[in-house]
Design a protein around this ligand. Structure first.
Ligand SMILES: Cc1cc2nc3c(=O)[nH]c(=O)nc-3n(C[C@H](O)[C@H](O)[C@H](O)COP(=O)(O)O)c2cc1C
Ligand code: SF4
Ligand code: SF4
Ligand code: SF4
Ligand code: FES
Length: 596
């Protein structure tokens, strides 16, 4: 038998692939062969570790040494020093942003320490294109257990007891949804996995599908057994080619081993899966629009009821869940509902995967137990705000969500606490803002997105979001009227209550939450024609502060003679003359000129 002395894991997720992982892998294989080490050192391609910003990532086991931003030209040193002589290559280690300390071991990185990786447990650790690797870590045990030792009713009861709630945004109890579909009348039923993932910045579903596709397939098969469905669809956006490729490979491998198809585990249960590629419209993530799209129709929502559980795909009872929801199922069945219900808060059980983006040191995917605070996510896991800037707010839940200000950093995160705070879990996108972000501009950014993605079927969303966007635009351009805030609030309330689907019903959320916590910024734009963050181009002005020493350098620099002042006394800018070129700010030796 071949003796393997070390494993070198190369992340082959989308992020690391984009930063050149394939070239690093080719160089590594070549170098190992050249040195005659290719028989004793195994190179393994894995899925995403969630730390994509630091890619390409290379991890060497058994030590668990974590190398970041590895390039092909680093490979000869890595092989010679670490794999040949056993000496860690210090310069390729990750350095903590605050302490600048080099961290050699995977588990010691602050990014991973507070995480609880359950859904992501296999991502980055197994080869997602080899079903045996999934089976070796307990894969398909849940399906075997459900089919051979549990009745469909028992599976549904276990799911209900676990307290799992849908991870696609709404947080509806999963077991209850399965129960509705199981009890619905119909000879034919379907299971659908929602992998449309349209929220800007969210990529947890993509990572799970790329890094551990069998987990989702297994969760769907368990659901099929529980509700009495023999067919399922995975609706994935076409912009996820790697996820689609790995799903196709995984489905084929599961079929070849009899884990999908006819008479699975000799139980008489049949289950087949198909992939449907979506064209990337945000509204197609809405469940009724998604079902229409699978049927080959235009992806437009329809009124509910009837809910898909009663009348879904081709009018048949259909259970639709998100990728992360299905990925939770196998562990609930194998480890039990009580174990799962022991994690999280009273009403939100288990973990949630968040996508950290924006002004944060560690961008990436973090899986944390429900009930953790935003401070722990942003500062302990995310490494805080770069460039010594101050935290201002975090937008949670993407365009349907809302922002949380500094005062709410210690709020324990769960479905209900977020709703109370005027935000929502959504799919788990977290966009962190620092003092340079204008909150009016942020609301405009998200509304621009939802407005463009509105399908146009109902007037409140189609016309209302457009009118709200016009108001926000004029406020950020210094044309805001005193009545605009009240107008925005009343329009937001009307759209929320009268729009047909979740897109319109939630589109005003970013405006309402920024108005709730940052009303003074709206007022500064409208009344003082000033953007306090200095972000709105048409309002941005340069100001001379008390730090001015009166050296006069800026006066000589200004191309339009907008600055005046006596030597050794504070200077001032004439805003009516200033053309906002920023030259004075760059020149001032005392950093006395600021934007805002
Ligand atoms: C505009 C809009 C977009 C949505 N996009 C997604 C999506 O990309 N992925 C998803 O799982 N759910 C999305 N949803 C929620 C789905 O309609 C549905 O509630 C969800 O797939 C149910 O799964 P769950 O119970 O596991 O959360 C979206 C809803 C709306 C209104
Ligand atoms: S709320 Fe918006 S996206 Fe939803 S049906 Fe109406 S127009 Fe379409
Ligand atoms: S360059 Fe700076 S310190 Fe000198 S006069 Fe201008 S603002 Fe004041
Ligand atoms: S921003 Fe440009 S135009 Fe305005 S005061 Fe400074 S140098 Fe002059
Ligand atoms: S793609 Fe490599 S860490 Fe995410």
């Amino acid at each position: 038998m071949q003796h393997v002395r070390a494993h070198v894991l190369i992340c082959a997720g989308t992020g690391c692939t984009a930063s050149g992982a394939a070239k690093v892998e080719a160089a590594l294989r070549e170098e190992l062969a050249k040195k005659g080490l290719d028989k004793e050192i195994m190179v393994v391609e894995t899925g995403c570790h969630g730390f994509c910003e630091m890619g390409p990532l290379v991890i060497v086991y058994p030590e668990g040494t974590f190398y970041v931003r590895v390039q092909p030209e680093d490979v000869p040193e890595l092989v010679e020093s670490h794999l040949y002589k056993g000496r860690i290559v210090q310069r390729l280690l990750y350095k903590e942003p605050v302490t600048h300390e080099s961290i050699p071991n995977y588990n010691e990185l602050s990014f991973y320490k507070k995480q609880m990786r359950m859904v992501l447990a296999n991502c980055g650790h197994i080869n997602p294109e080899i079903i045996e690797e999934y089976i070796a870590v307990g894969g398909y045990e849940a399906l075997g257990k459900a089919l051979t030792t549990m009745t469909p009713e028992q599976v549904v009861d276990e799911m209900k007891k676990s307290g799992l709630r849908g991870r696609g945004g709404g947080g509806f109890p999963t077991g209850m949804k399965w129960d509705f579909t199981r009890k619905a009348a119909g000879d034919k039923k379907y299971v659908v996995c929602n992998a449309d993932e349209g929220d800007p910045g969210a990529f947890m579903d993509r990572s799970v599908l790329e890094g551990d596709p069998h987990r989702v397939i297994e969760g769907m098969a368990v659901c099929g057994y529980a509700i009495g469905a023999d067919e399922g669809y995975i609706y994935v956006r076409a912009e996820y080619p790697l996820a689609i490729k790995r799903l196709r490979i995984a489905i084929k491998q599961a079929e070849d081993l009899g884990l999908l198809g006819e008479n699975i585990f000799g139980s008489g249960f049949n289950f087949r899966l198909k992939i449907k590629e979506g064209a990337g419209a945000f509204v197609c993530g809405e469940e009724t629009a998604l079902l229409a799209s699978i049927e080959g129709k235009r992806g437009m929502p329809r009124p509910r009821p009837p809910f898909p559980a009663i009348s879904g795909l081709w009018g048949k009872p259909t259970n639709i869940n998100n990728v992360e929801t299905f990925a939770n199922v196998p562990q609930i069945i194998t480890k039990g509902a009580d174990w799962y219900a022991g994690i999280g808060t009273e009403k939100s059980k288990g973990t949630k995967v968040f996508a950290l983006t924006g002004r944060i040191n560690h961008t990436g995917l973090a899986e944390v137990p429900m009930g953790i605070t935003m401070r722990e996510i942003i500062f302990d896991i995310g490494g805080g705000i770069p460039g010594g800037k101050k935290f201002k707010a975090v937008q949670i839940g993407g365009p349907s969500g809302g922002c949380l200000p500094t005062e709410l950093l210690d709020l324990p995160i769960d479905y209900d606490s977020l709703i109370q705070a005027g935000a929502m879990m959504g799919s788990g996108g977290l966009v962190v803002m620092d003092e340079t972000t204008c909150m009016v501009d942020l609301a405009k950014f998200f509304l621009t997105f939802t407005q463009a993605e509105s399908c146009g079927k109902c007037t409140p969303c189609r016309e209302g979001t457009k009118r709200m966007l016009e108001i926000l635009t004029r406020i950020t351009e210094g044309e805001g009227k005193e009545t605009d805030i009240a107008l925005l609030e009343s329009m937001a309330k009307n759209i929320k209550t009268s729009a047909l689907c979740g897109l319109g019903q939630t589109a005003p959320n970013p405006v309402l939450s920024t108005l709730r916590y940052f009303r003074d910024e709206y007022e500064a734009h409208i009344k003082e024609k000033r953007c306090p963050a200095g972000a709105c181009a048409k309002l941005a002005g340069y100001q001379i502060t008390d730090a001015c020493k009166g050296c006069g350098l800026c006066t000589k620099t200004c191309p339009v003679a907008a600055i005046s002042g006596e030597i050794k006394s504070r200077h001032a800018i004439d805003q009516s003359v200033c053309i906002k070129c920023g030259a004075c700010m760059t020149k001032c030796p005392f950093k006395a000129i600021i934007k805002g």
